[in-house]
Each structure stands twice: as structure tokens, then as C-alpha cells.
Write a new protein. Structure first.
Length: 149
């Protein structure tokens, strides 16, 4: 069963259970999937495309939570947090810092990178290898640290 179909089934279950937070998150996912399907012209988006959409939605929720907490809007931040928890169920398990460092060190040695000049060589490899299991900003800063040493 594709991710698109799973979300459709989960929407039905959330409606029956009257779980509002879950339903909001699932509907936002379905909406993002349908927008992607319309843009690409393909009927049902593939799982990889769906995962990218979920990652984008999760990042939006995290950004919103930060803004709402700065403005002392805890009620809105908690709604976003509830939705974020549902979105994270569909994302691959995040890499730990040590795991990420090991992967990046391996990529650096495989590509023969030796300095910051080689960042452009390693970053595309890292993005492909890590594929949504770590924040892009964290990957970039860790790579810069490793290449500066």
C-alpha cells in the first residue's frame, strides 16, 4: 500500500475516532499530495515525493511552533505540536549526531575531499545518502566543521 493510500485510510479512521488533531495533520498531508499530483500531472504521487511533502510540512510546523512560542501563543503552538507528532510518524527515523558524523566522514573519504573547497563535491552525496533523516542545516554545518579540521 502506498503512502498516499495509507494516509487516505488513516483519515477515515481518524474521522471515526473523532481525533481532531490527527485528522488536521492527515488532511494537510493529503492536500500536499494532491497539489503535487496536479503539478506533476501524474495520478498518484510516489512515496518519495510524498515523503518530501511530509518533510516540508513538518518543517513548517516546527517553524510555526517557534514563532508561536516567541509570541506566548502556547495554545497555537500546542496545536502545531500535535500535528507535528502525527507527521513524524510517517518520516524515517532521524539519525543521531554520532551516526550522522560517521556517514559524513565516510562520504568525505570516499569523495577525496580535503578542504572547504570540496564542500560542493560532498554536499550532494550527503543529501542523497541522508535523504531526510537529518536537517539540511545540521548536515551543512557538520560538513563544514569536518572539512575545516
Amino acid at each position: 500500500m502506498s503512502l498516499f493510500q495509507q494516509v487516505n485510510e488513516q483519515i477515515k479512521e481518524a474521522m471515526k475516532a473523532k481525533n481532531e488533531a490527527r485528522l488536521r495533520a492527515l488532511r494537510s498531508m493529503k492536500s500536499a499530495f494532491l497539489i503535487l499530483a496536479t503539478e506533476t500531472g501524474a495520478g498518484e504521487p510516489d512515496d518519495e515525493t510524498c515523503l518530501k511533502a511530509i518533510q516540508k510540512l513538518a518543517k513548517q510546523r516546527k517553524d510555526s511552533i517557534a514563532v508561536f512560542e516567541q509570541q506566548n501563543r502556547i495554545d497555537l503552538a500546542s496545536k502545531e505540536q500535535e500535528e507535528l507528532l502525527v507527521l513524524e510518524e510517517y518520516l524515517p527515523k532521524a539519525l543521531g549526531e554520532e551516526e550522522l558524523k560517521n556517514i559524513l566522514e565516510n562520504l568525505i573519504s570516499q569523495s577525496g575531499a580535503s578542504s572547504m573547497k570540496d564542500l560542493g563535491k560532498v554536499m550532494p552525496l550527503a543529501v542523497k545518502e541522508i535523504a531526510g533523516r537529518a536537517d539540511g542545516a545540521l548536515v551543512a554545518s557538520m560538513l563544514k566543521n569536518l572539512l575545516n579540521n
